[in-house]
Each structure stands twice: as C-alpha cells, then as structure tokens.
Design a protein around this ligand. Structure first.
Ligand code: GLN
Length: 531
C-alpha cells in the first residue's frame, strides 16, 4: 500500500479568506485526477464541537452521517467532493485536550509531566494521521482554522512542523494570504503576505504553495515578487481572484496549474485508470452562468446571517442550477411575523422554507407563516423545527387543539404533539446529546416523498431532541396530514406531508446536509422544479 500524501492548508493576514473553499477545490481537483481524497478540519477553539455554539458565533452547525456536529466547512468539503466526512474529519482543541486529560486520568502517562509539547502536539499528530490508517485515501488535506499568529493555533502549527520532518516528501504546505488593493495609492500590496510567510517561517514552516486572495487581477510581476521574497517557486504562487461563484474556484485553480504542481511536487501523475473528467463540473458552472428563469424562495428563520443556514442556501442554489432556475433567497425574520403582516411579508415568494432552530424566539412567527402558506397553497418545505411547526399549526387549526405545542417551548401542554424523545428524558447535559447523524427511514406507498425520492428506503441525517408524538398520529392522518416517512426501528415519524396541496412537506431530518454539487438532493430539486 502506498503512503498517503498530506496537504496542510493554513491562512494568514486576515480571517474569512475562504480556506474551506480552497481546500474543497483542491480536493475536487485531486479527485478529478483519479485519487481518493479526504479533507479534515482542525479548529483551534476550546469547544468540543460547535454543537452548542450560537449560529451568530460560528454559522451553521454541520452534521456528519456518523453523527458528529462540526464546522460548516465540512459542508463545503462534502458538497465539492461528494465524499462523506466522519468523526475523524473534525477536530478541535477541546477534543484534543479532553483526550489528553482522559489519558492522564487513566494513568497512561504515569510519572510524566503533561505538556503542550509533546503531549498535546502528539495527540494532534495522531488525529491528523487518523484518516490515513485504513488505507482509504491517497490524499489527506488538513485545513487549520484561524489565522497565523493566533495564540490558539500554535500547537497545531508545531504539530505540522514536526509532521513535515517525519513525513518528508509526503507532506506539503499551502498558505493562503491576502493581497489588498489600496485605492488611494492605486496599488496592490504584497507586504502583508511577506509578513505572514515570515511568521510561518519563524515557526519552522516553509510553505510550498502560496494562494493569494485578491479582489483585483494580479499581474506576473506581483506573483514573481511574492515568489522571490517568500522562497516559493513561481509555479507555486497562485492567485484566487474574487469570482461570481465559489463553484468556479476549482476551475480557476486548475487553469493556473495548481493540481499539476501538487502532483509534480509529490512525484505523481494523473492516475489515468480512475481519471474523472472536470467536464461535469464545467457543465455545472456553465449552467450556473446561464440561468434564465428566477424563482423567489423565502427563508423563514430567526438568524439574519448568511452562514446560519449555509447548507440550506447552497442546496437551494444547487437545485436551481440543476433545474435551470436562479433561486433568489429572501430572508424573512420570523420574530417579526404576525397575523397582520404575514401576507405582506410573504408576498411575491414562490416558495417558503421554514427553517430549523432551537428555543422559543421566533416560534409563533413560524407558525403564522405555516398557516398562511397552508391556507394559500404556497409550496412549503419545513426542515426539522420547521416540520415541527407544520405539525403544531395543523393541530391548532385543523385538529382543533388550540394549546398544541412542542414540549420544548411549553412543557406543560396537554396537546404535546411534539414531545421529548424517551431516550432524551434522563439526559441533563446539552453538548452532543441530540439524535445525531444518519438514520433509516421508510417511505409510505403512494406518498409524495416516495415519488420524489424514487425509492422506498432512505437514510438521512438528524439533529434534534424532540419528535412527533405518535399518540396523536391517528388524528393527524384522519384529518389529511400524512406521516409518510417512518423510522423502521422505532416507528418515529420522520416526514409529514399534505398531499392535497401543491407542495407541502416537512422533514424531521436535515436533507440539506447531504445535497452535493454533482448529486443534488431530490427534495430540494423537486421543490424548486415545482415553483
Ligand atoms: N429544537 C428542535 C428539536 O430539538 C428542532 C431542532 C432543529 O431544528 N435542528 O427537536
């Protein structure tokens, strides 16, 4: 078995340069060259995972099929590569320290003083190499969160420095920086990049490749200057100019020969036997530039922040490209929605998404939105909390249960149509305790979802504590709300639908986590197609 190659991606100068997109693009290109690739994220924060983080702090929490709550960059990795990530692909400082402290308590280091170097750095190195164990991958791309110079990332960089020595020719470092344009001077400035590389060098890491983020095109003289000042070969200096779409980034990297450079640096060639072509990706980008029809989708949620519903936004956009429609997304703050203003707030939208979420803020606004959509037959897609709101609205206004609610919001209600799962009742902790990851679901014969999926058995990812309460199942079905997706093991309701309407489906799971560029999720595709 060949040794896997390790690619480390770090970032300098400023945050938010799009390391996740660059890592994902490299992954896509190497995959296209015929190699097996995985991308993993190492985050320097102390939380064990982002599961308990407010989306305002950290954007969406992404969930892997094996049930890990992770950084939203893992969503980009999966959407770009189509390769499933796992528990090994998301590591935080919190996880590292937790493992080391558990070992210390067990007595694994008996007699030793536990220190950042070597104990923490060794744990980081072991985690970086975890994906190499099964021989499943030719390339392991490791993205280090944060910016060079942060106190928190120091142990990760020391681990990379050591690994470069240990892995020798099997390791390569890519550093992403920023080249600002000073309008007053009319100049592009490379000094921040030089400083950032110097900082990296002072930690003992010489980058092999520099990727320069820039708003303006960089001429060859700038690229050569950076190469000369930073000890990097001119072929290894790549520019990443702002592009209309993140999905154009792999093509732009390919045009500049980044994939060729990486392969040459590892002494490898295109793996002809398994070579895929970039043509499918090119076709996707070509279609993206040529969307003629526009549809408007209202996102009813409480987080007025692009990143909070990242995977839903991308899933809608991707579904639009596959159906030839430009999806214009309008955020509608559920906190401000009332019976009086709902018509005006939702007007002009071709379809509505009722977003996932936690807690009581904005809940009644979501129920008002569901009611309006149901009674005006506006195509509506409820996701997780959104599905629960569909159930509550139906119970209140069709089943005649005015006190219907979720036990999450009103623990005392007798009409607890959404209730805490039995397994959750004894748990008092918050972190990592939800129903997380992929579960099987059977689709009822003759249901809308069975038709849409084109199969009777699916597997989808979950992230919630509360469930449809089966004590009310008969009442719902008799009144016309079909529970068309069930967990075959415990009979939990995973999907509800109103077949009498144009498109009215709620899923307890999150289909947005498994929609990828080349394999868009059928529910999103069908939803957009019908608008
Ligand atoms: N708060 C709800 C629950 O825990 C829904 C969660 C979600 O939308 N992800 O069941």
């Amino acid at each position: 078995m060949k040794e896997p190659k390790f690619i480390f991606v770090t970032g300098g100068v400023v945050s938010s340069l799009g390391k996740g997109i660059i890592s994902s693009s490299i992954g896509r290109l190497l995959l296209t060259c015929g190699y097996r690739v995985t991308i993993q994220k190492f985050d320097p924060y102390i939380n064990i995972d982002p599961g308990t983080l407010n989306p305002y702090e950290h954007g969406e929490c992404y969930v892997t099929d094996d049930g890990v709550e992770t950084d939203l960059d893992l969503g980009h990795y999966e959407r770009f590569t189509g390769i499933r990530t796992t528990v090994h692909n998301s590591v935080t400082t919190g996880k590292i320290y937790q493992a080391v402290i558990e070992k210390e308590r067990r007595g694994d280091y008996l007699g030793k003083t536990i220190q950042v170097v070597p104990h923490i750095t060794n744990e980081i190195k072991d985690r970086i190499k975890a994906n190499a164990k099964g021989g499943e991958f030719d390339f392991i791309i490791t993205e280090i969160g944060g910016t060079i110079g942060d106190i928190e990332s120091a142990p990760f960089l020391e681990a990379i420095r050591q690994l470069r020595w240990e892995l020798g020719k099997n390791a390569l470092c890519i550093h992403l920086t920023y080249v600002p344009y000073l309008k007053a001077a009319g100049e592009l400035k490379t000094k921040p990049t030089q400083h950032s590389v110097k900082e990296l060098q002072s930690l003992g890491i010489q980058p092999d490749i520099l990727i320069l983020r820039t708003e303006k095109h960089l001429g060859p003289e700038i690229l050569h200057k950076v190469a000369a000042f930073c000890n990097v070969s001119p072929d290894g200096v790549i520019q990443s100019e702002d592009l209309p779409s993140i999905y154009e980034v792999p093509l732009n990297m390919h045009k500049q020969g980044l994939d060729q450079f990486i392969l040459a640096r590892f002494g490898m060639d295109h793996f002809e036997g398994h070579r895929q072509s970039l043509s499918q990706w090119e076709e996707f980008v070509r279609k993206e530039k040529d969307l003629r029809e526009t549809v408007k989708v209202g996102l009813v949620g409480k987080y007025d922040l692009q990143d909070a519903y990242k995977s839903i936004r991308e899933s809608l956009h991707i579904a639009g490209i596959h159906t030839g429609k430009k999806v214009e997304i309008h955020f509608i703050n559920s906190e401000h929605l009332t019976v009086e203003n709902v018509e005006a707030s939702l007007s002009g939208q071709d379809g509505i998404i009722i977003c996932p979420g936690f807690g009581s803020r904005g809940i009644e606004g979501k129920i008002v939105a569901v009611h309006y959509c149901r009674t005006h037959d506006i195509p509506t897609f409820g996701i997780c909390l959104g599905m629960q709101m569909m159930v509550i609205e139906f119970a209140r206004n069709v089943l005649g249960l005015p006190d219907a609610h979720s036990a999450e919001i009103d623990p005392e209600t007798k009409s607890n149509v959404i209730d805490l799962m039995e397994s959750q009742k004894a748990i008092s902790r918050k972190g990592g305790t939800m129903r997380l990851g992929g579960y099987a679901c059977e689709l009822a014969e003759g249901s809308c979802v069975r038709e849409i999926y084109g199969t009777d058995a699916i597997r989808e990812r979950h992230r919630h504590r509360y469930e449809f309460n089966n004590a009310f199942l008969k009442q719902f079905e008799q009144a016309g709300m079909r529970c068309s997706g069930r967990n075959p093991e415990n009979n939990l309701v995973e999907i509800v639908e109103l077949p009498s309407l144009k498109w009215f489906i709620g899923t307890q799971f999150h289909p947005e986590y498994s929609s990828t560029v080349l394999s868009p999720h059928p529910l999103f595709v069908d939803f957009i197609q019908r608008l």
